[in-house]
Design a protein around this ligand. Structure first.
Ligand code: SF4
Length: 410
């Protein structure tokens, strides 16, 4: 039987796909990118756009093989069940049953597994995502994730160490991921800290390098920051700012205020002036008006993140905004354009600091006759030189333009 996965959304969702792929393979299924007998669509529902993409994935699968069995899982499975049922899918498996998906598809009795039963021994990408935490306790007013993935739960440290020992034998970069990574360990019977876990991970002899996925600024301790100077930790922080205006942050029920953002950025840059700061910014949130948007622009001009993930507010079910109607999308469009221009400017400015210098990149893919991959400081680099995919190589930055950072092997 051939199985094909279509995965949308975050690193945690991609990790879960990898674990399910391995379980299907263990049960004799063959993974394929072609037409398949079974399709598993691992959906995302973080924005309206993600919901639309999830639905489109189902239509594509049905078109590719109308006779195939289609299984839906992931964050859209819960509140889009009525839709998916109507669209002729065979099974809709909610997030809290994802770990039992293979048993359900095979009609096997469900064993007493839990979300941590999903494990990986390798990863479909050369930089491997390792999930250590799930769920969230923050309840930001625009976000439905806590309603879909539940409260914060952490994986036992021993399981994480075992997995990273396994995966780092094949993958030179490990990205620690979670829904709210900074909450790691607080819910365990014997509470653990992310810092203690890091100390153990960094002792793993096979470990090439380690990267953190998104971290809520108020959960970043000075000790956690100090790890960013460790030779095996990527000097990169991804911070979900969402806005640079205190009024909007309050309406978002964010725990942080602008002063907290600037404090963590300043501390990180004190430790390493060239640290890579990337961020998420939301545009069009109902409480955002021209003066507050202006504050966000000024905040970004002060912090100058090297990469900005900019996305539009969209009303989400279960949240305070589920009934909100999107107003004035023209204005939101203009604000998106303003931020995209800023993002380009800051990205080029940051990359130019490394012109003529060496960086270490993981060779991830071959495209347009070039090898592409991320440097430790999250700059996406390309090179004509031949580097084996999956390898870490030292490269010298030769040329920078708006879109590319070109390098030669050093
Ligand atoms: S921190 Fe906020 S935005 Fe992030 S998952 Fe939790 S509730 Fe959602």
């Amino acid at each position: 039987m051939k199985v094909k996965f279509i995965t949308l959304g975050c690193k945690v969702n991609q990790y879960e796909t990898q674990a399910l792929v391995e379980e299907f393979s263990f049960r004799g299924y063959e993974l394929t990118e072609e037409a398949a007998d079974l399709y598993v669509v691992n959906t995302c529902s973080v924005t309206k756009r993600a919901d639309v993409k999830s639905k489109e994935a189902v239509s594509r699968a049905k078109k590719e093989n109308p006779a195939a069995k289609i299984v839906i899982c992931g964050c859209s499975a819960k509140d889009k069940k009525y839709y998916f049922d109507k669209s002729g899918v065979d099974l809709v498996i909610p997030q809290d049953k994802k770990h039992a998906l293979v048993d359900i598809v095979l009609g096997k009795p469900l064993s007493n597994k839990d979300i941590w039963s999903l494990k990986i021994s390798s990863f479909f990408n050369h930089r491997a995502f390792v999930k250590i935490q799930d769920g969230c306790d923050n309840f930001c007013s625009f976000c439905k994730i806590p309603y879909l993935r539940g409260r914060s739960r952490s994986r036992l440290p021993g399981q994480i160490i075992e997995e990273i020992e396994r995966v780092s034998q094949k993958h030179k970069e490990i990205v620690l991921c979670g829904v709210n990574l900074g909450l790691y360990g607080k819910d365990l019977v014997e509470p653990q800290s992310l810092e203690n876990l890091l100390e153990r991970i960094l002792k793993i002899s096979f470990l090439g390098r380690l990267r953190f996925s998104s971290l809520e600024p108020l959960l970043i301790t000075d000790k956690l920051l100090s790890f960013l100077n460790h030779p095996k930790v990527c000097p990169h922080l991804h911070l979900p700012f969402q806005s640079g205006d205190d009024g909007v942050l309050a309406a978002m029920n964010k725990k942080e205020r602008v002063i907290d953002y600037e404090a963590v950025v300043a501390k990180a840059r004190d430790l390493n002036p060239e640290i890579a700061i990337s961020c998420d910014i939301m545009v069009g949130f109902p409480a955002e008006d021209n003066p507050s948007f202006y504050n966000t622009v000024e905040f970004l001009k002060r912090t100058r993140p090297m990469r900005m993930h900019i996305f539009r507010f969209s009303p989400r079910q279960y949240t305070a905004f589920s009934e909100t109607r999107i107003a004035n999308s023209k204005e939101t469009h203009n604000r998106m354009q303003t931020l995209k221009k800023l993002a380009e400017e800051f990205s080029k400015e940051y990359r130019q600091k490394f012109l003529g210098r060496t960086l270490s990149m993981v060779a991830e893919e071959k495209k347009e006759g070039l090898i592409w991959g991320y440097a430790d400081n999250y700059i996406r680099v390309c090179t004509k030189d031949d580097i084996a995919l999956g390898e870490i190589a030292t490269v010298k930055i030769e040329k920078i333009d708006n879109a590319r950072t070109c390098a030669i092997k050093a």
